[in-house]
Design a protein. Structure first.
Length: 244
C-alpha cells in the first residue's frame, strides 16, 4: 500500500497552506529535533488588525541558547496565552463567525499551559486539524531515531514510517538530494501552494499570509472551501499524487 509522509518543523497557529500540506499526506511528522530558529514561524504568526497585520509571538528563552532544538525551547513568560486570546477577541469581534467559535478559541487557549514550545504548537495544530476535519496521523520526530545528514535523516525517517512517497515543502529544493530518495525507492515531490482564492477579511486590505485562525473566524464552516485539499463540499479530498 502507498503511504504519503511530510516532515516539517512545528509552527504556531500557521497559515492555511500548512494545513493543506497536513491534509495531503497520511502521516505528518513534526520535526522538532531541528534547531530552533529565531525570528521564524516556530513561535509566532500574523493576524489581521484594524492597523494592519501584527505578530502574535510566544515569548521563549533564547539567551545563551544558540543551538537548542525546538523540542528544548521553553516559554519565558507565563500568561502569554491569555494575552494572545485577548488580542484575538479584540481584533476579530466583528468577524462573521467569531461568536460561534469564541468558546472553542477560549478553550484552546486556556488549555495551552505547557512550558515547552513544541508541545504548545502540537496542541494548537491538533485542535485546528480537528476543527477543519483533517484526519491525518500526526507524530513527532522524537518518536523515531535521527541520523546525520540533511537528506539522509529525511530518507531514514520515511523508511521508519514505511513511506512510499515523501511530500516536501517547496523551500527544501535548495538542499534535498533527490537521488537519495530514488535509491531508497521513495517517490519525492515538492508541495506547490499555488494560488489561493481571496476571501472576505474583517480587516482589509486582503492578506493570504496570516494565521488560519483568520480564515476560520471570518468564514467558519466554509473555511475549507478556500483551501486546496478539500472537495467543493468542504470535506477533506483525496490527496494529490504529485506536486500541485
Amino acid at each position: 500500500m502507498s503511504k504519503r509522509v511530510a516532515i516539517v518543523q512545528s509552527n504556531y497557529i500557521p497559515w492555511k497552506g500548512y494545513f493543506d500540506l497536513i491534509n495531503s499526506v497520511d502521516e505528518f511528522i513534526l520535526f522538532d529535533d531541528m534547531q530552533y530558529t529565531r525570528r521564524d514561524w516556530r513561535n509566532r504568526n500574523k493576524i489581521k488588525t484594524s492597523a494592519g497585520a501584527i505578530w502574535l509571538t510566544i515569548p521563549v528563552q533564547v539567551k545563551g541558547k544558540y543551538f537548542q532544538a525546538i523540542k528544548e525551547t521553553s516559554v519565558s513568560e507565563p500568561g502569554w496565552n491569555e494575552v494572545h486570546l485577548k488580542t484575538l477577541c479584540a481584533q476579530y469581534a466583528r468577524a462573521s463567525h467569531f461568536q460561534t467559535y469564541r468558546p472553542w478559541l477560549e478553550d484552546t487557549y486556556h488549555a495551552a499551559t505547557s512550558g515547552l514550545l513544541s508541545e504548545i504548537n502540537r496542541h494548537f495544530l491538533s485542535r485546528i486539524c480537528d476543527l477543519l476535519g483533517i484526519k491525518t496521523r500526526m507524530t513527532t520526530s522524537m518518536e523515531y531515531r535521527i541520523v546525520e545528514g540533511k537528506t539522509e535523516r529525511l530518507v531514514d525517517l520515511c523508511r521508519q514510517a514505511d513511506a512510499t512517497h515523501y511530500v516536501s515543502g517547496p523551500a527544501a529544493r535548495d538542499y534535498i538530494d533527490p537521488l537519495l530518495f530514488e535509491a531508497a525507492g521513495i517517490n519525492l515531490s515538492f508541495y506547490d501552494y499555488g494560488e489561493y482564492p481571496i476571501y472576505d477579511q474583517v480587516h482589509p486590505p486582503f492578506d493570504h499570509f496570516v494565521s488560519v485562525l483568520d480564515l476560520i473566524l471570518n468564514h467558519g464552516p466554509d473555511a475549507t472551501r478556500y483551501m486546496r485539499t478539500f472537495t467543493p463540499s468542504g470535506s477533506p479530498g483525496t490527496p494529490a499524487t504529485g506536486p500541485r
